[in-house]
Design a protein around this ligand. Structure first.
Ligand SMILES: *Cc1c(COP(=O)(O)O)cnc(C)c1O
Length: 380
């Protein structure tokens, strides 16, 4: 008889429920024999990566027998220059997800706590529980707040106690799209004790928020030694499949994280592609423009339909379509459209829809009109 391996696992791991990814496009293609899938479930860039990034990744494939540069090489310096910080403040990650994991590994453990808000990015809970630490979950803003279901920074500050080592804040937040101003975040940073690390997750920074008060927290690193900022190449840079992100922190914090990461945690093609993507401003501008146009189009339709959506930060719209999100998700599948139901995030009434290209948005709207029996606007 085999032994009960689950009983042998660390307590934190035994209690984990794994991350639920969006439905993969290839799976839908197989199940329904569909050719043209509109994949709007994972907040990827619908334009794809910068052509220069693809060329750069291909170029290094011929040298795949060699290990990548362990410290990240020139790319790390490029990131440091991009933010006007020293390279010693930069930690590269296999996606920004890895930075969150490295923080948990370095600073959390049994009898240590991490604060995050109820409807925030799922990986905060996974990293905390995986480290065997105590989730200090703050209640969200109420439904009638200007930033509904978003992170309530006062409630989060109230969760901080002597056991707290990390606070996770996404700006904008996934899946609620809500965001914080510079004044709100700096007041929070000033209020929490200096021995609590405050992680500001800026995975959607490059899509950003259309408001002049939306801040770039990386500019405050010198002012707040306990601030950690994370960025991703998976969203606006269109490199989700290559897994690149980074953290910016006090050199001592960065050094601790660099101690625990794998020596070659970011692959050579990923490093090459990310370097080219960071330099390609034109592709970024185009990606932002497509996102803004798609956002305005979809919001107009939801307004016409009288459906409630949350504030739009980043490249997704979280909308309540009048039936449970799960039902919308399932009804759209046979039509070749994938969106993200949010029951997993505790928002059963909502679906999260990534803003696509103009053609994808039109297909989405036409499919929604059909499954919800709503008027398709003219021309669709
Ligand atoms: C997508 C996402 C990330 C993770 O991105 P990777 O760089 O692909 O690991 C981190 N935080 C938030 C809020 C996200 O939505």
């Amino acid at each position: 008889m085999s032994c009960d391996f689950a009983a042998l696992a660390n307590a934190g791991i035994r209690g984990l429920s794994p991350y639920q990814a969006g439905k993969p496009e290839a799976e839908l293609r197989r199940e329904y024999g569909l050719d043209h899938i509109v994949a709007l479930a994972a907040n990827e860039n619908p334009l794809g990566p910068s052509p220069g990034a693809v060329a750069a990744a291909k170029e290094v494939l011929g040298r795949a027998a060699r290990y990548p540069e362990g410290g990240g090489g020139e790319f790390k310096h490029q990131v440091a220059r991009h933010h006007g910080v020293e390279p010693s403040c930069v930690v590269l990650g296999n996606g920004s997800n890895e930075i969150l994991e490295l923080l948990a590994r370095a600073f959390l453990g049994p009898e240590r706590g991490a604060v995050y808000s109820r409807h925030s990015f799922a990986v905060y809970a996974l990293a905390t529980q995986g480290a065997g630490a105590v989730p200090q979950v703050a209640p969200p803003n109420p439904a009638d707040h200007p930033m509904p279901y978003g992170q309530d920074l006062a409630a989060m500050a109230a969760q901080v106690d002597a056991t707290t080592r990390l606070v996770f804040i996404a700006n904008p937040n996934n899946p609620t799209g809500t965001w914080h101003t510079e004044a709100e975040l700096t007041a929070f940073l000033a209020a929490v004790p200096g021995d609590v690390l405050v992680v500001v997750d800026e995975a959607y920074f490059d899509y950003g928020v259309d408001h002049r008060d939306y801040p770039d927290a990386s500019r405050w690193l010198a002012r707040y030694p306990n601030l950690v900022v994370t960025r991703s190449f998976s969203k606006a840079h269109g490199l989700a499949g290559l897994r690149v992100g980074y953290g910016l922190a006090h050199p001592q914090v960065a050094e601790l994280l660099n101690r625990t990461r794998q020596p070659f945690n970011v692959s050579a093609p990923a490093l090459a592609a990310a370097a080219a993507a960071l330099a390609d401003r034109e592709h970024m501008e185009k990606s932002r423009a497509v996102n803004r146009a798609g956002r305005d189009f979809l919001c107009r339709i939801f307004d016409q339909w009288g459906r409630r959506y949350l504030p739009v930060g980043g490249n997704f719209i979280t909308v309540a379509l009048g039936v449970p999100g799960r039902q919308v998700f399932e009804a759209l599948l046979p039509k070749g459209v994938i969106v993200r139901p949010l029951a997993y995030y505790g928002l059963e009434d909502f679906v999260r829809i990534t803003i696509g290209t103009e053609g994808e948005n039109r297909r989405l709207v036409a499919a929604l009109a059909e499954v919800l029996d709503l008027d398709a606007p003219g021309g669709l």
